[in-house]
Design a protein around this ligand. Structure first.
Ligand code: GS8
Length: 219
């Protein structure tokens, strides 16, 4: 086993955050793809006995779970290259606030866009557009959420860019119409090798979502 191992699943936005952070820092690691739907490895079950979910970062044999915690751990252990969190305590708190918002609001509502139908989906779409507008306001005319440098909030949100096609196709709306600056930011982030290498093909995600919907009878 290499000193750094990542237990992951190709389409996971949470895993992709960790892959981007490791690439930004230039950390070499071993990638282990998990069969999260059918056959989790014993290493995953032992490493994350509480949630039994990927991603898990194993560093020198010690597991770290939960993507936002993993990314902050990576930033602390390899501080010299590409700092992700700002140095100023207030700016750090703000970055953590928006990263938390991405998980609690954006991701939660985005999931409802493809899982629900009819009125419930229409309500989720309305809510999602409000969420996009809040992010659009926070981004403003900055290059990245934290300013000129790619940082923690960018890393947290950018994996969902490859889900935009699924959100738009399932719920029938245009993200670019609601949040053109966020869409332009996503394209800017994709110019980074760390991001381009980690993100999934949007069409492949859409196909996989179709398989998941069939599996759980939510077509
Ligand atoms: C979410 C991880 C997660 O949902 C984080 O790391 O930020 N809050 C966590 N992992 C999913 C795959 S991505 O949708 C997972 O491992 N699911 C397997 C399961 O639920 O059994």
């Amino acid at each position: 086993m290499k000193p750094v191992v990542l237990l992951d699943f190709w389409a996971s936005p949470f895993g992709q955050r960790c892959r981007i952070a490791l690439a930004e820092k230039g950390v070499e690691y071993e990638y282990r793809e998990e069969d999260i739907m059918r056959n989790k490895s014993s290493l995953l079950l032992e490493s994350n006995p509480v949630y039994k979910k990927i991603p898990v970062l194993i560093h020198d044999g010690k597991p770290v779970c939960e993507s936002l915690i993993i990314v902050q751990y990576i930033d602390e252990v390899w501080p010299d290259r590409s700092p992700l969190l700002p140095a100023d305590p207030y700016a750090r708190a703000q970055a953590r606030f928006w990263a938390d918002f991405v998980d609690k609001k954006f991701n939660e509502c985005g999931t409802r866009l493809w899982q629900l139908k009819g009125e419930a989906q229409a309500a989720a779409k309305e809510e999602f557009i409000e969420i996009l507008k809040l992010l659009e306001g926070e981004l403003g005319d900055k290059k990245y959420f934290g300013g000129d440098a790619f940082g923690f909030v960018d890393d947290t949100l950018v994996p969902f860019v490859s889900w935009f096609y699924t959100y738009e196709t399932c719920a029938g709306f245009s993200i670019e119409e609601a949040a053109p600056k966020v869409v332009a930011w996503g394209k800017r982030c994709m110019e980074r090798e760390s991001v381009a290498n980690a993100l999934s093909d949007p069409h492949k995600i859409y196909e996989t979502v179709g398989v998941v919907k069939k599996r759980y009878g939510i077509e």
